[in-house]
Design a protein around this ligand. Sequence first.
Ligand code: NAD
Length: 475
Amino acid sequence: MRMLLGGQWVERQSTIEVRDPYDGSLVDTVPAATRKDVDAAFGHALRGFETTRKMTVGERSQVLLRTAELVRNNLEDFARLIAREGSKTIREARKEIARSVNTLTISAEEAKRVLGETIPFDSFPGGESRRGFYYRFPIGVVLAITPFNDPLNLVAHKLGPAFAAGNSVVLKPATVTPLSALKLAEAFLEAGLPPLALQVITGSGSEIGDLLVQDERARMISFTGGVETGERIARLAGIKKLGMELGSNSPVIVWRDADLDRAVESCVSGAFWAAGQNCLGVQRIYVHEAIYGVFRDAFVERTSKYRIGDKLSEETDMGPMISEGEARRVEDWIEEGVKLGARVLTGGKRKGTLLEPTVLENVPVETKLHREEVFGPTVNLYPVSDLDEALQKANSLPYGLHAAIFTQDVETAFRAAYELDCGGVMINDSTDYRLDSMPFGGVKSSGLGREGVKFALQEMTEPKVVSFLLRSTRS
Ligand code: NAD
């Protein structure tokens, strides 16, 4: 596919191969953007902003609705593309597309709810003759940088609110999964988005990333990706707004009064969705000691039934990791864990990019498997004896995207909801739940700001005050 620059689909001599991580087959190639392309992209985007800022709310909303419709009408094409360029199975891919349609539809609706307020200027002496209000205006050019694991919906979470607000966008999708983003850009243009409103730059983050984030023409960087990349971007960005949706290491507490079938089903899915390459993936499960054995056996049994392999097969539950390098990394982490005393209850073996869904116990706190974001198909089980201990252990790492608890007791649920340090607490659900209109984001190293269309729209607009100084105080 080509990249989108200045309203044209352009090629470059140097290209990047997009390969299916399951069998290594070539899916497509995309241009490797040059430094000149980055410069041109911001030039076009600035001109694009002159058009988007003048679009009426109705026009923005219509473009978003038509794009949603086009994505819905091409669901199977999008699904195959997601399932080929990335790690997701065809069934997982279809779910992502349904959510992307929601994200775009919510954006069309929220475009109409960008509101201001009147200001009581007469609250203090000296303001008696003033009347006025504020309204939210688009921020300008938004630089959007997205990761590989949700190659469509996380792009929709940037483009939807940005266009709803009246901004223009320079988008750099993940190097390894740029195709779904390019296909979404095609849909936007077909839906009537002004041609200069969106530039899609394909290329390696390590090569053009610094140049992109340092460009002063971007007013905001909306980034989703790893903590390390986020930190680098924050250091280099200069005076710009930052939206940071970063990684995590999500804890779940399974209390002694939990509905066990529900907890097992939900946590297995939450741990192995997209082969564990999921910012909300369940990584640590703290189980009350009274039910630990029963929960562990049921969890292991459910996991061992997982069918892994060909992403395009309707039967497959879990596909490969994004690359052999990533699968090896997780395999090494498992080896390190085992050396230090962890026990593999099921899984643990790797063939190429396919790593078995792996359940461990006795995982020491000094291991990477415990401390860091694994972003792979492994999950650790730990017995705990009281709620203080469970909450303290759940909160013990420098991440905080989602946390979860399974319990039938409302007091226990409320305590957990108030005391877990994170952006969202799921009760009787795994951490892997997100509605595309809810505020979404993390505390601690997991991020800065919130997405979920309405909340991203706030971040992507700026209030402007209008004050009328009148001759008479009586008007
Ligand atoms: P990554 O940080 O390696 O890459 C993310 C994006 O940043 C890619 O487009 C990449 O090309 C680009 N990039 C790389 N180096 C850059 C640089 N120096 N300057 C600018 N851009 C650069 O992440 P990934 O491996 O694609 O995705 C996995 C990570 O994303 C995990 O940590 C996961 O938790 C996180 N994630 C977070 C959320 C969330 O909403 N909080 C959602 C999905 C994924």
